[in-house]
Ligand binder design. Structure first.
Ligand code: AHG
Ligand code: MN
Ligand code: MN
Length: 345
């Protein structure tokens, strides 16, 4: 068990925090720490690119090469390449799976093959970048199961969320915040751009038992199933019954909606809907969005479910599998599950 992070740790760098964690983790070799440090570097680079995106975007719109002499790339692709390069070069991963790439990413042979693999969403909410709305990067870390002398197997890549060795996200917003857990609670680090360091700012995050915020894209209301429709009506009109007036907050960037509800309490829902026959399970991806945020919310005392099943118990069948995601304060998520089970509404 690592140290319990308390307020007097506020201000320590993430490297200090990782080394503190490492010395209290029996058998730690430093491999996991080096993996996280590579991820942190990638996110610092993405933050730099996101911060200048407006400028590059303007340059890019003129259709010529940008100031660095690069053909302007979409920010998703830039973020994807950054994470891929930095994690591959860390020598700590044996495979990567990116939301932006159809297949499992093999690690170039010139790098050592590590004992971890990472699923990641390089840029979440990127449709919002032109409006300067917060976007983010989400990552989910697993240990390799098969021997290092063999090829990486599907069994390594398609593990249940409960097998995660760690998970987290970075929000590129009014400030750049990294939130992650390695199984001993959730801690948030804010980037101090003047020194280029993430410093502990949110020690030991716990989400409220119940919130006053519900987050869902009500534009999809006609495509929801009956329990979801009844639950949202209850949230809106059940004021007397639960004597809490809920407010609706939905920004369309999962990381931003999740982070707000993690800190303030509440429920985020992206349920299955009939809008797109190709996505009957809803829009969000199990391995690079739902599982990592489910890991974080459970470490922070919350819940994450499909409405019928705990997200982290889902047996993955495909690396880009989609899932309904209902996540947040335990009392709010349990209320939704009661509607699905027909015990309410
Ligand atoms: P991404 O940009 O990685 O594709 O993710 C976008 C997701 C998620 O960030 C957000 O919660 C959701 O799309 C919003 O979808 P709708 O616009 O359908 O509400
Ligand atoms: Mn996403
Ligand atoms: Mn994305």
């Amino acid at each position: 068990m690592s140290t319990s992070v308390t307020t007097e740790n506020v201000g320590i760098t993430i490297s200090n925090h990782l080394l503190l964690n490492q010395q209290y983790t029996t058998g730690a070799t430093g491999s996991y720490t080096r993996l996280l440090q590579a991820l942190v570097l990638a996110c610092k680079i993405i933050q730099r690119d996101v911060a200048k995106a407006g400028l590059v975007d303007v340059l890019g719109r003129a259709g010529f090469v940008n100031v660095q002499g690069e053909e302007v790339q979409k920010l998703d692709e830039l973020a994807n390449t950054t994470v891929k390069r930095r994690l591959s070069a860390s020598g700590e991963v044996c495979a990567l799976v990116s939301e932006e790439e159809a297949d499992i990413i093999e690690i170039p042979r010139q790098y050592p093959q590590g004992s971890y693999l990472v699923h990641y969403d390089p840029l979440d909410g990127s449709s919002n970048i032109d409006a300067n709305v917060s976007i983010g990067t989400i990552f989910s870390i697993y240990r390799r199961l098969t021997p290092p002398t063999t090829d990486v197997a599907h069994a390594d890549v398609l593990q249940k969320g409960i097998e995660q060795a760690g998970a987290g996200y970075v929000i590129y917003g009014s400030s750049c915040i990294l939130v992650f857990s390695t199984g001993q609670g959730v801690n948030g680090f804010t980037l101090d751009p003047s020194i280029g360091e993430f410093l502990l700012s949110h020690p030991n995050i716990k989400t409220p038992e119940r919130g006053k915020i519900y987050s869902i894209n009500e534009g999809n209301a006609n495509y929801w199933d009956e329990p979801t429709k009844k639950y949202i009506d209850w949230i809106k009109t059940g004021y007397e019954e639960h004597r809490v007036h809920y407010t609706s907050r939905y920004i369309g960037s999962l990381v931003a909606d999740f982070h707000r509800n993690l800190l303030y309490g509440g429920i985020f829902l992206y349920p299955a809907d009939t809008k797109d026959p190709k996505k009957p399970q809803g829009k969000l991806r199990l391995m690079c969005e739902a599982n990592p945020l489910a890991y974080i919310i459970e470490q922070a005392g919350g819940l994450a479910t499909t409405g019928r099943e705990r997200i982290m118990d889902i047996e993955p069948k495909h690396i880009h599998q989609r899932t309904p995601l209902i996540i947040g304060s335990p009392e709010d998520v349990r209320a939704y599950e009661q509607f699905v089970a027909g015990k309410r509404g």
